[in-house]
Design a protein around this ligand. Structure first.
Ligand code: ZN
Length: 125
């Protein structure tokens, strides 16, 4: 979601117009439009910075750790001291997860099946 212009609704408390003919939008969208957002920077141990934004509201609890969207390592708010790369959930590629669940033989069978299906549909030779 793009950042919102934050001050345009200053004084919105005085807006009391009634628009009964309009369909109600979902509550979530209404809150999203009005809520100012805070951007928090996180850094992972590979030096990647990410800045997710959070709706600024009472009781906002910003997470201490954010998963780096580029490499999957945990990222923290202290650039000089990013969290350790590896606690319980090391980053794995999708393929690594698949390999955990499937043996090589399974993989070959699935691949053959997929290739055959593509051949049957004339998509590959
Ligand atoms: Zn990273």
């Amino acid at each position: 979601m793009p950042p919102l212009a934050s001050t345009s609704l200053t004084g919105a408390a005085t807006v009391t117009r009634h628009l009964p003919a309009l369909p109600r939008r979902p509550v979530e969208a209404e809150r999203g439009d009005a809520a100012p957002r805070v951007h928090i920077s996180y850094w992972c141990s590979n030096g990647h910075e990410t800045s997710p934004s959070f709706a600024e509201e009472a009781g906002l609890a910003v997470p201490e750790i954010w998963d780096c969207p580029r490499c999957g390592l945990p990222a923290g708010q202290d650039q000089a001291d990013p969290p350790a790369a590896n606690h319980n959930a090391p980053y794995k590629t999708h393929l690594a997860y698949v390999k955990e669940r499937r043996s090589e033989t399974d993989g070959q069978a699935i691949l053959d099946e997929a290739l055959q299906s593509l051949r049957d549909r004339g998509l590959i030779r």
